[in-house]
Ligand binder design. Structure first.
Ligand code: HEC
Ligand code: HEC
Length: 264
């Protein structure tokens, strides 16, 4: 039963070619998600964990925020003396056990926001299948804790996706857009920012922005617009929406950041 169900689950994990192709054009996201997993060896919790690790480091886009830096709490190493994520996952407000908390943090990230951080994490259901999300949960549990994800957690293919204990339906998926100019247009950035001499004059121009800001500063300005207000635009503080972290997929965010940083 375990094996049959996991076999089904793994078929879902294979359908990641599209994200791999996107990840290839983003230099700093690692794109090592295998197109094929070796299924001949049989399926074990270990295999689920390693599939989760591939997603975490690659197509899941998690390291864009949870890599080095201060945008999001470290998951693989200690954060705030509470240990790595597999250790601290059962200690969060709400009383959920580790597995339920991790599933909730991926699918309803706004339900519990770790103190000191902004609610910028996107709902993983917008770009990952339910099987992929469970693989990530197994990987995160393995970071200092015990893996308790079983085949029973993973719905059979074709059945309705599992809804978390706390409810909440399937959110809309991200657009598949990967052209930076189109993304800036679709997300109304150009209503407030000028590009190539045209656009709205409400925020600083994007023309030559790469001379003033590096990738980290641009990323931060998009995810947390109120953290540092651009000089000369103090009166406009609070005008830029703080919701782009959840509106853009991690890949789309990086496409925009790279495009702007190269706009010298
Ligand atoms: C756009 C930035 C961003 C991306 C992308 C992102 N996260 Fe997060 N994540 C955060 C932030 C900020 C927090 C802390 C605030 C909160 O709890 O929402 C967080 C919190 C978490 C937590 C809870 C940590 C704790 O200590 O309780 C987990 C687990 C997590 N993220 C996993 C992931 C995984 C897995 C991915 C990839 C599928 C991912 N995140 C992608 C920004 C991000
Ligand atoms: C409703 C208007 C508005 C929208 C929409 C908007 N911005 Fe902004 N943006 C601003 C304003 C005003 C500032 C300057 C004040 C501040 O830093 O918050 C700013 C600042 C920035 C900065 C820092 C620029 C610098 O030179 O310091 C970047 C980068 C940026 N925005 C990118 C974006 C991107 C990318 C989008 C679309 C995904 C976007 N903005 C959408 C109004 C907007």
């Amino acid at each position: 039963m375990w094996r049959t169900n996991l076999k089904v689950a793994f078929v879902g994990l294979l359908v990641i070619g599209f994200y791999t192709s996107i990840a290839h054009i983003i230099p700093q996201l690692r794109s090592e998600v295998p197109i094929e997993l070796d299924l001949s060896a049989g399926f074990t919790a270990d295999a689920l964990v390693s599939a989760g690790q591939e997603l975490f480091e690659g197509a899941g886009g998690c390291t864009a925020c949870h890599g080095l830096g201060t945008r999001a709490p470290s998951l693989l190493a200690d954060y705030a003396g509470e240990g790595s994520i597999g250790n601290r996952c059962g200690l969060r407000p709400g009383g959920l056990d580790c597995k339920a908390y991790l599933y909730q943090s991926l699918t309803e990230p706004e339900a519990v926001v770790v103190a000191g951080f902004s609610p910028i994490m996107p709902d993983a259901r917008r770009q990952l299948s339910v099987e992929q999300i469970w693989a990530l949960v197994a990987f995160l549990q393995s970071q200092g804790g015990e893996v308790t994800v079983t085949a029973d957690d993973i719905p059979a293919q074709g059945s309705a996706p599992a809804t978390p204990a706390t409810g909440g339906g399937q959110p809309p998926t991200f657009s598949q857009e990967s052209d930076p100019r189109q993304l800036l247009n679709d997300n109304a950035c150009l209503g407030c920012h000028v590009l190539d001499g045209t656009g709205g004059p409400i925020g600083p121009s994007f023309d030559g922005i790469g001379q003033r800001l590096d990738a980290a500063a641009i990323r931060k300005a998009i995810l947390e617009p109120n953290a540092d207000v651009s000089s000369g635009y103090e009166q406009m503080a609070g005008v830029m929406p703080a919701t782009f972290g959840t509106q853009l997929s991690a890949q789309q965010l990086e496409i925009i950041v790279m495009f702007l940083v190269e706009n010298q």
